[in-house]
Write a protein that binds this ligand. Structure first.
Ligand SMILES: [Zn+2]
Length: 336
């Protein structure tokens, strides 16, 4: 048996292969309402990618498996959703488009064909896809890891914090529709307990190497409108342990400068900081504490870091580069 995976995330078959009532239906129809990505059923080379005819928006992929040529057909895709062009190599499970209703189609569905040999107009090589689908790799389940990552060169991507359970669940559902690598979710300790009942985010699985993590972050950000952040898996794990009831007091911190009471000096310092350390998030005047002999006091803050040890490391780096004093402050989290 050959390894073809289901070409979408639902297995709801609404019309089977060459049935009595549809003897010339040379594929299967898979349909479900909503947003459904279409996956390359096996690794291969794109042999057709266009939007004409009864198939509507359509992709063909040719596969060479153990010396046998196969070809898969994905028809009626959503307008504008085709992601690959003729000649491109695709991996099994790679998203090539989105389920749609283009061409001769009476409702959103994927018409999927499998040919043993190449596709031809008579469909003489078509076989029943349901005889071949289903040898599928298990998707990773949403779970909290129980073992500590052992390698420092692993990264995850995390979403920003969500403050609303409904929007979180919608986001997570949509992410899982497109990417299977959502591994766990983590509640975040409320700093302002009175104002915020809970805060939550999700994390992807581990990726080895920072470049891979950056590429995956880019892919996520092009797919979704939310912010994503790269985190070190090990550090992230330690934070997670806290959130699960451990003893460490890991929360967010910023590093702030001392107060400046001279605008020119302040501006120079801020520019220098920005040029050497990009993450200056905001500036704050401090006139509430203005003394009579001062007409101005200003400071600026870095971006926030997770955990007191990371804040201490940042402070010490800043102190080595600049002559001013820096202080660690607990960051107030605002909505992301
Ligand atoms: Zn069909």
């Amino acid at each position: 048996m050959t390894n073809f995976i289901w070409p979408t995330d639902t297995k709801r078959v609404t019309s089977e292969f060459r049935t009595g009532s549809r003897p010339d239906h040379h594929g299967v129809d898979i349909a479900e309402s909503g947003y459904h990505p279409i996956y390359a059923s096996a690794k291969g080379k794109v042999t057709r990618s266009d939007g004409n005819g009864t198939y509507g928006q359509c992709i063909y992929i040719e596969h060479a498996i153990n010396g046998q040529t196969w070809e898969t057909v994905y028809a009626h895709m959503r307008d504008g959703s085709r992601r690959v062009s003729v000649g491109e190599q695709v991996n099994q499970g790679e998203i090539i488009g989105v389920m749609g209703n283009t061409g001769r189609s009476s409702g959103p569905h994927l018409h999927f064909e499998l040919h043993k040999g190449n596709w031809n107009a008579n469909k003489s090589n078509a076989v029943d896809p349901l005889d071949y689908l289903g040898i599928e790799e298990e998707k990773e389940e949403l779970k909290i890891p129980t073992e500590e990552p052992s390698d420092d060169n692993y990264y995850r991507i995390m979403s920003g914090l969500f403050f609303n359970m409904e929007s979180f669940e919608n986001a997570l559902k949509r992410l899982k529709e497109v990417y299977t690598r959502v591994v766990y979710i983590a509640p975040d300790k409320p700093i302002l307990e009175e104002e915020e009942g809970w805060r939550i985010r999700f994390y992807t699985g581990q990726m080895q190497g920072h470049n891979n993590a950056q590429n995956f972050k880019k892919a996520l950000e092009s797919e979704f409108s939310w912010n994503f952040h790269i985190v070190d898996s090990k550090q992230d794990y330690e934070n997670l342990v806290y959130r699960r009831g451990g003893e460490s007091e890991e929360i967010y911190y910023r590093v702030q400068t001392g107060l400046f009471d001279n605008v020119a000096y302040y501006n120079n310092a801020r520019d220098e900081l920005k040029s050497k350390y990009g993450s200056v998030i905001y500036e704050a005047s401090d006139d509430s504490k203005l003394r009579e002999d001062e007409d101005l006091r200003l400071r600026f803050y870095t971006g926030r870091v997770m955990g007191i040890s990371a804040a201490q490391a940042l402070k010490s780096r800043l102190q080595q580069k600049f002559t001013w004093n820096f202080h660690i402050v607990e960051a107030v989290i605002t909505k992301e």
